[in-house]
Ligand binder design. Structure first.
Ligand code: G6P
Length: 471
């Protein structure tokens, strides 16, 4: 029996810098969690390989190159990436689910393409999947796929996990395709969210949009019950906790520390995204420096911003605003040996990132909305014998678990300003106490546990359904 993960992207990127295809593995959390699922004879992954190819010969070559990893590509055209991925997924669903309602740009061709690509994923999956296999679909790019697959493969066990927030009904109802999206999702046997709030919002949408019979964690779709549950995603705790034991990471940390100088460092690490609250954070820091001249030269904000979705207008505009704001802040306050903001517009390799976490006195994770936010958990894990302060937005899913962080409302610039002062003045024993508690939480709810819990529940539902049907 095999498990099939289906996600928009495969956990790797294929490119062709010269004559040959190059395969670059990206070890995200999901890939790690999957590694811990030991009970399957086979674990396969279906998704987009991140490259445009037209020729069948090239497609066959990529297919063959991915086979040894049990990866199966779904090839998408540039038009499909533009309309399904940048369009419906990232200028309709993403802003909607992150409460950026006014950022939605709606074109009917986006919805056409979203349906077409979900169908394409379904066709590819149907070629591979057998009725007793299990399928675990990931995220908002593929919300129609559960029902499409169920229609094609009778009795198949399907799980779906939503990695981003699910908005309240009042917001969800604005979506023209609200009913189609819900019906698509309800093709799954188990629908998972990071928090109970998202789960509640989803159930309320199913009740109010489709008029279905619901209880606290089940939706009656007539012939089946769909189960809904909260599975807070975690990180590979051991990997992060032990990162600083690596000599190279230690050396990097020492080098970074020396280069940054002796002042305190507040770190933030985000994909470039308006949901991350980057401008609000910068405003809060600017206000702090304005109102607390005594701390000028004493603290820098190290901002790692990983390029993302730069073909989408809102992202490109945000990049311009961030550049301008950092430019003017640094122009205003920089001295010969101190800059208020160190800005890196690129991703960091794992080791360097661990070194940065290690030396950062504070981490500012202040998204305006975030499904979970694993940066907060990674920072906690790395700060083993060297506790720092985690400032965390109450709008991040992680705030439901990391209660000992300095929790702030990221819309309130004064609160962000205040958090800089609170972090700088927190007594050492309080830092140790708060970090210790959060480390305990993060070490228990790992990504492996997340994956195992989800699949265990999916299998239990399957058994229950079989016994109800007298199989
Ligand atoms: C979020 C989403 C993922 C997505 C990731 C990176 O975490 O929940 O589904 O893969 O962002 O975004 P991208 O658009 O580059 O795949």
């Amino acid at each position: 029996m095999a498990l099939y993960i289906i996600s928009n992207r495969l956990p790797l990127k294929v490119s062709k810098p010269e004559n040959d295809f190059v395969y670059e593995r990206s070890e995200g959390g999901l890939a790690t969690g999957l590694g811990s699922l030991k009970d399957f004879e086979e674990k396969n992954w279906i998704g987009w390989p991140g490259i445009f190819v037209d020729e069948d010969q090239d497609k066959d070559q990529i297919r063959a190159g991915l086979l040894s990893e049990n990866f199966f590509p779904v090839f998408l055209s540039e038009a499909q990436i533009s309309d399904y991925y940048e369009g419906y997924s990232n200028t309709v669903i993403w802003p909607l689910c992150h409460y950026f309602y006014t950022y939605i740009q709606y074109e009917s061709r986006f919805w056409e393409s979203y349906q077409e690509v979900n169908r394409l994923f379904c066709e590819e999956a149907v070629k591979l999947i057998k009725p007793d296999d299990r399928v675990w679909i990931q995220d908002y790019q593929l919300m129609l796929l559960p029902a499409m697959l169920r229609e094609k493969i009778e009795g198949i066990s399907i799980g779906y996990f939503h990695h981003i927030p699910f908005p309240s009904y009042e917001l969800f109802r604005v979506l023209p395709e609200r009913a189609e999206i819900l019906k698509g999702l309800l093709g799954a046997d188990l629908i998972g969210f990071h928090t109970h709030d998202y789960m509640r919002h989803f159930i309320s949408a199913a009740y109010r949009v489709l008029g279905l019979d619901c209880n606290l964690d089940e939706i009656n779709v007539g012939e089946r019950m769909v189960h809904v549950d909260a599975f807070p995603m975690g990180i590979n705790y051991e990997l992060h906790y032990n990162a600083i034991l690596d000599e190279n990471v230690q050396q990097m940390a020492n080098k970074f520390r020396e280069n940054f100088g002796s002042h305190k460092l507040a770190l933030s690490v985000d994909r470039l995204d308006y949901s991350k609250g980057i401008l609000h954070r910068l405003k809060g820091f600017a206000l702090f420096l304005e109102n607390h001249p005594e701390y000028r030269g004493e603290i820098s904000l190290v901002m790692v911003i990983v390029p993302s979705r730069d073909q989408v207008d809102m992202y490109a505009d945000l990049k311009t605003k961030i550049d301008e704001m950092i430019g003017s802040l640094n122009g205003l306050y920089s001295t010969l040996n101190w800059s208020p903001v160190y800005y890196f517009y690129r991703g960091f390799p794992f080791g360097e990132l661990m070194a940065l976490y290690h030396i950062a006195n504070f981490a500012f994770v202040t998204p305006l909305r975030d499904g979970m936010n694993l940066v907060a958990k990674e920072y906690v894990a790395v700060k083993r014998d060297n506790p720092g302060v985690l400032v965390l937005s109450e709008m991040a899913g992680a705030a439901a678990e990391l209660k000992e962080a300095l929790i702030i409302n990221p819309n309130d610039i004064d609160e962000i300003e205040g958090a800089f002062l609170d972090a700088l003045t927190m007594p050492e024993d309080e830092k140790v106490r708060r970090m210790g508690k959060m480390q305990k939480t993060v070490s228990k709810q790992t990504v492996n546990k997340w994956a195992r819990d989800f699949v265990k529940e999916l299998v239990a539902i399957e058994k229950k359904n079989q016994s109800l049907q007298g199989k």
